[in-house]
Design a binder for this molecule. Structure first.
Ligand code: PEP
Ligand code: MG
Length: 535
């Protein structure tokens, strides 16, 4: 018996079952160098594979936006140029050219601190695997073809592995690599399958059909458990199943405290798919739509039209307010097509609203797209990282300019769109009262606020113990912001991770927080906590 602990989990649930090892074929390129005369034939080989993959993705795109995004990457200029350049210029064969290009593109995401953005590299690698399978004539293993039920254990899984997965057979998923914000975790979450992602090297220790126990919520994996452990986990599994059923039944109830204070319960999303996944949970809206994902999955700044299509779709889907945060890059989030100068302190550097205000044309394209989407649903604008009233006024002036243009062009838009701001810098906390007179709502971003208030890097694992949103300074800041907002009559929400922390919920309720926005996996649990709360 061996117990492994995993830090950071997004799903919950207890599973006791057999291991089903998911062995990956060898996707490494064979051969490598070619002669100049062979380049044309290799280019054709690549094109052939690309068209085959596009056809396969085309069928899947109708089922899921994840694959629609993959399909778009297949026509990507950078991908085509880079593979073509390696074949024609460096005389590599198609396999080597694809392998190197995919690694180069995916590794841009690897260095990003933000786990959500980092996981997008997995999407690029997924496309690479499809291309390599096509080029090498490999049929990848199939999760739709399992011999019996069990816990799938893999080095890493990709969205394409999940397509044919049978939720009746896959009781749980363990991956050595990957994280809680990977698309695989998101898809599994929506299917109600518990996941332990990023458990480290365990495959060698796992034998096919070995019994394992997993507690996805606590991040515990037990290999080859003894009888006592087995029966303990089986009892806990039954209790957790009962809890899940109970929480599901509560979904029909609007989130309100025992004494009747209605609280808005919202989801944080980066894509249409994530909104869809949260809909069965009876959400009040999207408290944070991280628009940067749209920019990161693209290979050039997405046009107004491209953005409009996404925001419009989201607005139509969303049951209540859709809060679109304007581009928040810089810090740890990069764009492959937009080189930021190296900075000594990127988190204190040119990021978020600072970039938007300096690059007005790009900013306007995004604002116009958001305003136009407002004609199709209840949409709100959220500005990140503000430190001064001048910035808020400047940003609002650009919104007004966009509104005037749209009016002149006789394009439909929401002329009364609410404009809110993230409270995530110490300056915005201290100026909360002044900001509240000019913003329509606040959303507290505790992820950044904690790092800036405590001077503790949010991504530095060595400082993980010091990064604490229960620190009295953070709590005092939150209380101050809520009071200031309420004094000026505006609602105050929270979209940082703290909003989904069950220990934090009663404290935040007492402070008067109006809206809790979090990843989908926490919503059922936070609703129950709110329903039980008596203020
Ligand atoms: C935050 O800072 O709390 C937040 C929600 O924004 P992000 O995590 O995207 O920086
Ligand atoms: Mg932030």
């Amino acid at each position: 018996m061996k117990e492994i602990h995993v830090a950071g989990t997004a799903s919950r649930g207890i599973v006791v079952s057999h291991v089903l090892k998911y062995e990956e074929p060898d996707y490494t390129p064979s051969g490598g160098g070619i002669t100049a005369e062979q380049a044309e034939a290799e280019q054709e080989t690549f094109e052939h594979a690309r068209q085959a993959v596009k056809a396969a993705l085309g069928e899947l795109a109708a089922q899921s936006d994840i694959f629609a995004a993959h399909l778009a990457i297949m026509d990507d200029f950078v991908l085509l140029e880079s593979v073509g350049g390696r074949i024609a210029g460096e005389h590599k064969n198609a396999q080597a050219a694809v392998h190197e290009t995919i690694e180069e593109l995916a590794s841009m995401f690897d260095v990003i601190d933000d786990p959500y953005m980092r996981e997008r590299g997995a999407d690029v690698r997924d496309i690479g695997k499809r291309l390599m399978a096509e080029l090498k004539g490999i049929t990848p293993p199939d999760l739709g073809n399992l011999k019996h039920e069990g816990i799938v254990a893999a080095r890493e899984l990709y969205p394409s592995d999940m397509v044919r997965l049978d939720p009746a057979l896959v009781k749980g998923i363990i991956t050595e690599e990957g994280g809680v914000t990977s698309h695989v975790s998101i898809i599994a979450g929506s299917l109600g399958i518990p996941v332990l992602a990023g458990v480290g090297p365990v495959l060698d220790e796992l034998e096919e059909d070995m019994m394992v126990c997993m507690d996805a919520g606590e991040g515990i994996l037990v290999l080859d458990p003894d009888e006592e452990t087995l029966s303990r986990y089986r009892a806990r599994r039954e209790a957790s199943e009962r809890e899940r059923l109970h929480l599901k039944r509560l979904r029909t109830m609007p989130a309100a405290t025992k004494n009747g204070r209605r609280i808005r319960l919202c989801v944080n999303a980066g894509s249409i798919q994530e909104i869809e996944n949260a809909l069965p949970m009876n959400i009040d809206g999207v408290g944070l739509f991280r628009s940067e994902l749209l920019y990161m999955e693209s290979t050039q700044f997405p046009t107004e039209e491209e953005q409009f299509e996404v925001y419009k779709k989201a607005a139509i889907l969303c049951p209540g307010e859709l809060t679109v945060r304007t581009l928040d890059i810089g810090g740890d989030k990069a764009l492959s097509y937009f080189e930021l100068d190296r900075e000594e302190n990127p988190f204190l550097g040119w990021r978020a609203i600072r970039i938007s205000l300096d690059m007005k044309d790009m900013f306007k394209q995004q604002l116009r797209a958001i305003l136009r989407a407002g004609a199709f649903g209840h949409v709100r604008i959220l500005f990140p990282m503000l430190i001064s009233l001048e910035e808020l006024r400047q940003a609002k002036a650009v919104v007004r300019e966009c509104m005037e243009e749209l009016q002149m062009e006789q394009t439909a838009f929401d002329g009364k769109m609410e404009i809110g701001m993230m409270i995530e810098t110490p300056a915005s906390v201290l100026l909360a009262e002044e900001f509240a007179r000019e913003a329509d709502f606040f959303s507290i971003g505790t992820n950044d606020l904690t790092q800036y208030l405590l001077a503790v890097d949010r991504g530095n694992t060595r400082l993980a113990g010091r990064y604490d949103y229960f620190h009295p300074a953070v709590l005092k800041a939150i209380a101050h912001v809520i009071e200031a907002g309420h004094r000026q009559g505006i609602p105050v929400g929270m979209c940082g991770e703290m909003a989904g922390d069950l220990q934090a919920v009663p404290i935040l309720l007492k402070m008067g927080l109006d809206e809790f926005s979090m990843s989908a996996g926490s919503i059922d649990y936070v609703r129950e906590k709110i329903l039980k709360a008596e203020l």
